[in-house]
Design a protein around this ligand. Structure first.
Ligand code: ADP
Ligand code: MN
Ligand code: MN
Ligand code: MN
Length: 333
């Protein structure tokens, strides 16, 4: 007999890459093999030399098709098996390897916005919804849109064996969040991409589209971020390492901001939580800061920090590699 393997990869669109997938029928006795695709249709290759390679990096049960079917997260390689220029996972894996002795852990909060009929789900046609205030963690048909999709997505992530750690309704109408982690940076990033694919795919069946745009509605409406929680073995042991990590991130603030997702200046205006993109500061319990030290961490004198700056549309391979490099190189100096 055979099973269906859905090969999922990240394309070459700029400034924000998107997910693609296609199905391969594989004999039951085989694991998903290396495969390929037409890179000229995904901004990854010219037409006269269009072949790109799909290299499986994580195989999980397919919770949508069920049975023996699989989801296959892939990285993109050139035909000589070197990483394709769009392959940010290769650098993340290198960085994880280089600093493995610090045992970095990440937990990412992925915010997103549902759209229906060309506007945020719940937004009335030709008018305005009630101002934000009641939607965050709300309950009831006047506050909540899309919970059926969220529940379906959560069940799928659990069935796929992902490290999903929670979900909540967000501040803007039709906006939600799920969290993946804590786990090592490459695992969390692979799973963020798989969970994003599951979200798009499941919402499809409800005729709803999920978006990661950082500022879905201009004006007094919250943007969508991807708060990135981070710790090393040292930070999980003592507070000096927590402060050292916050200081290290401050020294390279501009360098990080530029790689935290397209359109970050629209989201980090300073008006809706988190410091403006032009400024850096950290603080205990401070949701107006760039980097927050959770109150339990200050109390216990150890734990993790939350980088609040990354956009919802960030590439987790890029962000986790950057944070690992910046903080671990400082801890070693
Ligand atoms: P918030 O209060 O900012 O909404 P959440 O509960 O949404 O926080 O997310 C907290 C995240 O922190 C989770 O994704 C969790 O996996 C992560 N986390 C917890 N402990 C650690 C740790 N020691 N290192 C890294 N991440 C952690
Ligand atoms: Mn959260
Ligand atoms: Mn949130
Ligand atoms: Mn947060």
């Amino acid at each position: 007999m055979v099973y269906r393997a859905e090969y999922i990869w990240i394309d070459g669109q700029k400034p924000t890459a998107k997910l693609r997938s296609k199905t391969k029928i594989v004999p039951d006795a085989d694991s998903p093999p290396v495969w390929g695709f037409d890179g000229s249709s995904t901004e990854q290759a010219p037409g006269e030399s269009s072949d790109c390679v799909l290299n499986p990096v994580r195989v999980v049960p397919d919770p949508i098709r069920g049975g023996n079917d699989k989801l296959v997260m892939c990285e993109v390689l050139n035909t000589d098996m070197t990483p394709h220029e769009s392959n940010t996972r290769a650098q993340a894996a290198e960085m994880a390897e280089k600093y493995a002795s610090h045992e970095p852990l990440f937990g990412i909060e992925q915010e997103y916005t549902f759209f229906k009929d060309g506007r945020p789900h719940g937004w009335p046609a030709g008018g305005f919804p009630a101002p934000q205030g009641g939607y965050y963690c709300g309950v009831g048909a006047d506050e909540i849109w899309g919970r059926d999709v969220v529940e379906h997505h959560t069940e799928a992530c659990i069935a796929a064996g992902l490290n999903i750690s929670g979900t909540n309704a967000e501040v803007m109408i039709g906006q939600w969040e799920f969290q993946i982690g804590p786990a090592d940076g490459v695992t969390v990033s692979d799973e963020i991409w798989l969970a994003r694919w599951l979200l798009y795919r499941i919402a499809e069946d409800y005729d709803i589209s999920a978006h990661l745009m950082p500022k879905p509605v201009q004006g007094d409406w919250n943007g969508a971020g991807a708060h990135t929680n981070f710790s090393t073995a040292e930070m999980r042991e003592n507070y000096d390492a927590i402060i050292a990590a916050c200081e290290a991130l401050g020294k390279k603030a501009d360098y990080h901001i530029k790689q935290y997702g397209a359109g970050i200046e629209q989201r980090l205006t300073g008006l809706h939580e988190t410091a403006p993109w032009t400024e850096y500061h950290y603080g205990v319990s401070d949701r107006g800061a760039s980097v927050r030290i959770p109150w339990q961490v200050a109390r216990d004198g150890k734990g993790y920090i939350e980088d609040r700056r990354p956009n919802a549309n960030m590439d987790p391979y890029v962000v986790t590699a950057l944070i690992t490099d910046t903080v671990c190189s400082e801890l070693e100096s």
